[in-house]
Design a binder for this molecule. Sequence first.
Ligand SMILES: [Fe+2]
Ligand SMILES: [Fe+2]
Length: 499
Amino acid sequence: MAKLKREEWYDLTRATNWTPKYVTEEELFPEEMSGSRGIPAEVWETYDEPYKVVYSEYVETQREKDAGAYSVKAALERSQYVENADPGWVSTMVAHYGAIPLAEYAASTAEARMARFAKAPGNRNMAVFGMMDENRHGQIQLYFPHAYTKLSRQWDWASKAYHTNEWAAIAARSFFDDAMMTRDSVAVSIMLTFAFETGFTNMQFLGLAADAAQAGDHTFASLISSIQTDESRHAQQGGPSLKILIANGKKEEAQTMVDAAIWRAWKLFSALTGPAMDYYTPMEHRSQSFKEFMEEWIIAQFERQLIDLGLDKPWYWDILIRDLDITHHGMHMGIWYWRPTVWWNPAAGFGPKEREWLEEKYPGWNETFGECADVIVDNLLNGRPELTGPETLPTVCNMCQLPIVGVPGSKWDVKDYQLEYEGRLYHFGSEVDKWCFEIDPERYKGHLNFIDRFLAGHVQPPDLMGGLQYMGLAPGEMGDDAHGYEWVKAYSQPKTDAA
Ligand SMILES: [Fe+2]
Ligand SMILES: [Fe+2]
């Protein structure tokens, strides 16, 4: 018997809606899980996923992808790349592996919600593949770092970070729980797949892959490129949802979801990816600056997608563009000061040559963030390393869960945006973080950020050691300067010559 061509049966097999006999439609698709927003099932049936794939094709491709990434790893194992790599690049990998794999694994739950509860059959179909994708991303990114746990316990944070109350882990959980674990399936398709995956996974998976390839880390580059090919497929689930919402009078709600998710993703990436790209990755291996990647993938490409779909630019776009010169530098300074509180070794990244690069990419860096670097260098050169650690607690934002940062030095511009809600004073790092809270205070109001917990007496003893214990950071796991402060020597040279 002749085989039918795919296009002859695809539409029939994917439109698997039926009329329930034993339960009501409301029981089959509870609103809090489905999020159909009063739009009838027939309209959801018009959901048209741009990327069409069937199971037999899916498993064949995925098998090849896995075979490719695992065989690159096996082939390069004996080259001992990680053992000999620049410590700054190792830190990028260790930070990545702690922050990403368990979020990927959790994302398979978010995909499963769409696979079961989306009223759009096309969405359910795609989400089954998305669910398997995310399971693969969790597994492969736990397997790869496991090989290095013999080198340092920090690699074990791939499995550990999300189970701790380490502050960056709290921030990552806060965003992912908000955007993907606690929303109905339509909101997940928009906040996770459209807002987060369309724009931001490119930063982590294409941007870092480019740096990895430049740094000669072909194992990491092939791993994360293999993941990104899945992301770019299942990220396409949000677009058709948005089209349906916009066509059915729900543009404002759709816009709000997109705007909130982009902002929250940006803040998380400013702490995770920004420092890795502009400070940890050895300068000669940087393909572009973090700002250039943001401009290309978020400001230009993503903005175009928003407009094409019929949405507007987020209201805070000018604030975001301004903050591309500020936020991640502030996050980096904060992380380096507070280095024992992270599971990786932050590279300072401000030796004399690196500063030239920073000044070129971010004109004015020297007279702002550079002034902080001057003080650090001065203290290290003059035998006062203890002054390069923190003395006071940072103020942490009640939305992004990250320190409130701004412009330091002679152009000082730091502001705590405050809001009193039901008798509690909340602190925010920007007008936009505050706006995210105000959209849905009930959702966010009870949460305590790390400093709230400290002040509430959860951290005992209330000092750095108590804090490290609370965060689950054992000796051998807590961070220190990636290069063991060797980079400072470049500053002592001219003085010695003159003497
Ligand atoms: Fe993923
Ligand atoms: Fe994904």
